[in-house]
Design a protein around this ligand. Structure first.
Ligand code: HDE
Length: 708
């Protein structure tokens, strides 16, 4: 096991970011972790202190006698096992992560002194962890939730964001209440990873700051197709500070280059049972197949004096700053390209915190951010059992660490300095205060002032919780609006308290009378008179998950439904594999049993596993109603086709008469339905178009609506 003092670290250098090599190849995004790896190939087993051991049988007094306390090998093994678990994250416990690089588009030293943004093509190693918020570590990936989007640029700068640009509350003091309301009920510990219950909606309808984020979470943003198909946002307002000490307000955006895409709710629910690891697997597979996801990193920059210039307070994290008011300024690109080697050591032990900033990045007075600066550090004491968590390999910054922090549980380093205090003369004043040598202070904007009476009050500028909720709703497509209403219907119909339901309707009615009444009629409540104080027709762009076609279909999955009894269907399946291959589409051939080129059985397959489904010619017999087989659940082949269609996915059939589609009640004249005599290029081209469209939303039933 290699334990390297930070000062000896081969990457130790005063700069924050790693540069691209002169030959153009970037430094491997996970190279800095290799020194900590343990290689167990072709070695004899040892104890924790390297003595040779055999650990399969315990030490006993006689071959059938009792086990001896003396058996240190047994005791060590069992002790280590007993203590394998650490507390899961109190929120965002369920997640997955990967390594990659950030590449700067240029020199942004006019905006910030941050060295990772100082030069075109400069690369910095990163680790990104995606997560859900509410569920515990073993919960399903596809529950409806806000999703964490935490980025570390080694140095260390952490941008601990979410896939939704706003948050439920705007004061850290409310965070424990928010989380207590959404977590499982204390007596029954039910429900897991869900907000479809009384406590959550009681809180949402009382703490009305939550409405805007709630609407985002009830839309497609709450159930993304994958971690790769979602954006990331800093949510809080930060500051950029340049070398001259000038500062500007900054809001972070990470724009997915895979396109925004969402599941439909029923599909997400099915996946929670069928493949609870759906997102984790997707990220892993995409990286392994060489299609690591990318995001463009941008900021919205605002002059300090314009903090209130856009009709709301930029210190309030429940508001978006519309891109029409302040466009995004692209800064660089994130690409993920390496999976962790050990989930616990890397993904589970990484500790992000908004307080990990580098020179050139500063905070704002956003009261949520201010509380976060305490919480993320504090919570690690429970998770890691002591203050030395920054020394865990995944948390170590690449530059070396020098200060007078000492000792504590599991200290990894051997500090040679016998004068661990400042100021000192006996160690030549070292380590010296950085701001004596690094210009105008380490990271704090020199112009920042803090003066005021001590109050526990919310500013008036934080008081409108409804206008931007409506702005979000107005900006969705009608189908997305319907899905959002359906989500609210689903969640609130699980609420038992009539009073809570009434409070929810009152709040919805402040956003839109139409929404309130569409939910009210579903819940069996009387219609409400409009409460139009916040009604308006404004829209903003970039918030819909359904308006844009996907820029790439690489990694999307197509299921070819075949039969081992049809040579033709098996042959076509292979042709489709070859033709979709260059596009990076993952083709899975489904059949009754494995062998003969079948990748997956009908026993295993269902429509959740595919972004598009094609029925092979000659496999028709399997789809006849009444055709049963002991090899898979009754009706499964036809169910795959009809579910795929209901969930808006492209479906196709090869052969002469499209009989399977018509048996499933699917008209071949509908958009996103493709038929062809054989698996030719034209069919593949058309089907690929369908994959890029992703969901054919005209198949989803709509309410007949009233305006308001
Ligand atoms: Fe967090 N949050 N949070 N949060 N958060 C944690 O830190 C907290 C907030 C976010 O992949 C915890 O190390 C408070 C906003 C992500 O490891 C904890 C408040 C945003 C992650 C914590 C917030 C986030 C966390 C739990 C209100 C989006 C997972 C474990 C003041 C901008 C990071 C941990 C990972 C994790 C506290 C609000 C995002 C308890 C007190 C707003 C992505 O410290």
């Amino acid at each position: 096991m290699a334990t390297l003092a930070a000062a000896q670290c081969p990457f130790a250098n005063p700069g924050v970011a790693l540069k691209a090599r002169s030959d153009g190849a970037s430094v491997g995004s996970r190279d800095h972790m290799r020194q900590y790896e343990v290689d167990d190939s072709d070695v004899y087993m040892t104890s924790d202190v390297a003595g040779p051991i055999a650990d399969m049988v315990s030490l006993k007094a006689g071959i059938r006698g009792s086990t001896l306390l003396e058996d240190f090998i047994l005791r060590q093994k069992i002790t280590r096992f007993d203590h394998e678990r650490v507390p899961e994250r109190v929120v965002h416990a369920r997640g997955a992560g990967a390594y990659g690089t950030f590449t700067s588009y240029g020199d942004f030293s006019n905006l910030t002194a941050a060295s990772f943004l100082s030069e075109e093509e400069k690369t910095t190693p990163i680790f990104v962890r995606f997560s859900t918020v509410v569920g515990s570590r073993g919960s399903a990936d596809t529950v409806r939730d806000v999703h964490g989007f935490a980025v570390r640029l080694y140095g260390n700068f952490d941008m601990v964001g979410n896939n939704i640009p706003v948050f439920f509350i705007n004061d850290a003091a409310q965070f424990p209440d928010l989380i207590h309301s959404v977590k499982p009920r204390p007596d029954k510990e039910i429900p897991q990873a869900a907000t479809a219950h009384d406590a959550a909606w009681d809180f949402f309808s009382q703490q009305t700051t939550s409405l805007h984020t709630l609407f985002w979470a009830m839309s497609g943003h709450g159930i993304p197709r994958s971690f790769r198909h979602m954006d990331g946002f800093g949510v809080n307002t930060y500051r950029f500070v340049n070398d001259a000490g000038e500062s500007k307000l900054a809001k972070w955006h990470f724009k997915t280059q895979q396109g925004l895409a969402s599941l439909v709710w029923e599909e997400a629910q099915v996946l929670s049972g069928k493949n609870a690891d759906y997102h984790r697997q997707d990220l892993w597979d995409a990286i392994e197949s060489g299609h690591g996801p990318e995001w463009e990193v941008s900021v919205q920059i605002v002059n300090e004096e314009d903090v209130l210039a856009y009709g709301f307070d930029l210190l309030d994290p429940t508001k978006i700053l519309p891109v029409e008011d302040v466009p995004l300024q692209p800064l660089g690109r994130l690409k993920l390209d390496a999976n962790p080697v050990n989930f616990f050591a890397e993904t589970e032990q990484i500790m992000f915190q908004p307080g990990h900033v580098v020179r050139g990045i500063d905070f704002s007075d956003d009261p949520l951010l201010q509380g976060r600066l305490f919480s993320y550090l504090d919570t690690q004491l429970s998770r890691h059992g002591g203050p030395n968590f920054e020394q865990v390999p995944i948390n170590r910054p690449i530059p070396s660490v020098h200060n007078n922090n000492r000792d504590g549980q599991a200290q990894n380093l051997i500090h040679r300095n016998n004068r661990p205090y400042s100021p000192n003369t006996l160690n030549n004043g070292s380590p010296r205060q950085a701001n004596q040598t690094h210009g105008r202070g380490f990271f704090t904007a020199p112009g920042r002032t803090a003066v005021g009476n001590l109050v526990r009050e919310v500013p008036d500028t934080f008081s409108d919780h409804w206008s931007q909720t409506r702005l979000f709703y107005n900006s969705l497509t009608p189908v997305e609006q319907q899905q959002l209403i359906n989500a609210i219907r689903f969640e609130t119909s699980n609420v038992e308290s009539d009073g809570v339901k009434r409070n929810v309707l009152t709040q919805l009615n402040k956003v839109s009378n139409d929404i309130a009444n569409r939910v009210a009629s579903f819940l069996g409540h009387d219609a409400l008179e409009p409460d139009g104080r916040y009604y308006h027709d404004n829209t903003t762009s970039g918030v819909s998950t359904a308006r844009e076609r996907l820029p790439s279909i690489a990694t999307l999955k197509v299921g070819i439904l075949s039969s081992v009894n049809s040579e033709e269907s098996l042959r076509q399946a292979q042709q489709l594999k070859e033709r979709f291959g260059p596009e990076g589409v993952v083709v899975t051939v489904v059949g009754e049993r494995l062998g003969q080129g079948i990748d997956m059985t009908y026993n295993h397959a269902d429509a959740t596993g595919f972004d598009g489904v094609i029925v092979g010619a000659g496999a028709e017999a399997l789809f006849d109603r009444g055709h049963d087989s002991p090899l898979y659940p009754a009706g499964r082949p036809l169910q795959i086709v009809s579910d795929a269609y209901r969930w808006g996915k492209p479906v196709g059939e090869l052969g002469t008469n499209a009989s399977v589609l018509s048996d499933a009640g699917i008209s071949s004249s509908r958009d996103g339905v493709y038929t062809s005599g054989n698996a030719d290029d034209q069919f593949v081209r058309q089907f690929s178009e369908g994959l890029a469209t992703f969901r054919f939303t005209d198949r989803f039933p709509m309410d007949s609506t009233t305006a308001g």
